[in-house]
Design a protein. Structure first.
Length: 358
C-alpha cells in the first residue's frame, strides 16, 4: 500500500461523543460564557483529542511538549531566491545545536523539548547531541524549476522518515508536538506546492520570505512559475500530493507531512507553525483529511499567502505577531497558551464549588 493512501495512516476522526460534557465543563467555570475567548476553543479541542472513550471525570494535559525543527536544502536556492546562500542552512543547524537561535530561546523559556532533524542538508553535521536526529534523504533537492525535486523513492522515504521522528518524540512522553523548519529557498518550494494544489497563481503565493529585494522577488516568482508550468505540462491536472511533493517539494516539508500524519495516528496534538509548516499541513490533509482534527495553528505569519492558506484550512491562529522567521518559533510561543487552557479547564472553580450564584 502506498504511503500516500489515506488508509496507510490509521487516523481516527476525533470522537465528539463527549461534546456535551466538555462544553458543560468549560461553560460552568466561574466566568461568563466565552469570556476566555480562543482559550476556550483550545481547551475544548484538547479535551476532544485527549478524551477518546473517557466519560464523567475528564482532565487534559500539555505538560510534555516538544518541537521538531526539520532542516534541508533546496536546489532552487542556488539561483539566488533568498537573502542567504544555501550554506546557511547547515550553519543554522549548528546554531540550533549550540543553543543560539530564537527557537532555542523560546523552547528554553517555555520548557519545551527541542529536536533538530537533518532531513537533507547539503553538508552533513557531525554531532552526538541527544536531540539531533540524522534522517537525511540526500544532499538537498534538485532545482524544481527545471527538474523534479526528488525521486519517487526519496519522496516516500521522506514521509516515512518524518513518521519515525514523530514516533521517537511520542515515545518520550510528549502529548503536544510542534513543527518548525529551516532551509534556504524553502518558501519558494512551499509557494510552488500551494499553487500546484490549489490553482492559486504564483503571483499570489510567492512572498518576500526572509526579506528579499524586489528584483529577487521577481526572480523567485519567475522560477516558481517555471516549475509550475513544467508540472502542469507533465501531469495535466493530476495534482496529487505525491506528484506535487515529488516535483516541487523539499525533504524537510515531506518529513513534516509524514510526522504530522504519524502524530494524528497516535492521537497527539499537532501545533502548526507559519507558512511553510502550514503548507505541509495542507498536504497532510490531502493525504488523509482526518489529520486536520488534531491540528492547532500557532500564528498568522507575515508571509504573503499565509492568510489565504489558513482560510483554506479553516484555521484561526492563536497569535498575531507579524513574525516570519520559521524555526517553529510561533509554535514555541503558542504552546504556553495551550498550557493556560489546560490550567483553567482542570483547575478553575465551578460556580457550584465556589458558591457563586448568578
Amino acid at each position: 500500500m502506498s504511503v500516500f493512501s489515506p488508509s496507510f495512516w490509521s487516523i481516527s476522526p476525533v470522537n465528539q461523543t463527549n461534546s456535551d460534557l466538555i462544553n458543560h465543563i468549560v461553560d460552568n467555570k466561574t466566568k461568563p460564557p466565552g469570556a476566555l475567548g480562543k482559550l476556550e476553543q483550545v481547551a475544548k479541542q484538547l479535551a476532544h483529542i485527549q478524551s477518546q472513550g473517557a466519560s464523567n471525570e475528564l482532565s487534559i494535559t500539555a505538560d510534555k511538549a516538544a518541537i521538531a525543527v526539520f532542516a534541508a536544502d533546496h536546489g532552487v536556492a542556488k539561483q539566488g531566491v533568498s537573502i542567504a546562500p544555501p550554506e546557511v542552512t547547515q550553519q543554522m543547524v549548528l546554531n540550533f545545536l549550540a543553543g543560539g537561535a530564537a527557537i532555542n530561546c523560546f523552547t528554553k523559556t517555555n520548557d519545551i523539548s527541542l529536536y533538530v532533524v537533518d532531513a537533507g542538508i547539503l553538508s552533513p553535521v557531525m554531532s552526538d547531541a541527544a536531540n539531533y536526529l540524522e534522517q537525511s534523504i540526500g544532499a538537498g533537492t534538485a532545482d524544481f524549476s527545471v527538474e523534479p525535486a526528488m525521486t519517487p523513492e526519496q519522496c516516500e522515504q521522506a514521509l516515512l522518515a518524518g513518521a519515525d521522528v514523530a514516533e521517537n518524540i511520542i515515545r518520550a512522553g510528549n502529548q503536544v508536538i510542534g513543527f518548525g523548519e529551516m532551509g534556504i529557498g524553502n518558501t519558494s518550494s512551499a509557494s510552488a506546492i500551494l499553487s500546484a494544489i490549489t490553482g492559486i497563481s504564483s503571483e499570489e503565493t510567492v512572498g518576500l520570505g526572509t526579506g528579499i529585494s524586489h528584483e529577487q522577488l521577481l526572480l523567485k516568482r519567475a522560477l516558481v512559475q517555471k516549475g509550475l508550468e513544467r508540472f502542469s505540462t507533465k501531469y495535466k491536472g493530476h495534482n496529487t500530493p505525491e506528484n506535487v511533493l515529488r516535483e516541487l517539494g523539499g525533504f524537510e516539508i515531506c518529513q513534516i507531512v509524514g510526522a504530522m500524519l504519524s502524530c494524528a495516528q497516535a492521537g497527539k496534538t499537532i501545533v502548526v507553525d507559519g507558512f511553510i509548516v502550514s503548507v505541509a499541513a495542507l498536504v497532510a490533509t490531502k493525504i488523509n483529511p482526518q489529520v486536520r482534527d488534531y491540528m492547532m495553528f500557532a500564528h498568522g505569519s507575515a508571509e504573503k499567502a499565509h492568510r489565504k492558506l489558513l482560510t483554506m484550512l479553516d484555521a484561526t491562529p492563536l497569535l498575531e505577531l507579524d513574525m516570519r522567521l520559521g524555526e517553529g518559533t510561533g509554535a514555541a510561543l503558542a504552546i504556553p497558551l495551550l498550557r493556560a487552557a489546560v490550567s483553567f479547564f482542570n483547575d478553575m472553580a465551578t460556580f457550584e464549588s465556589a458558591n457563586v450564584v448568578i
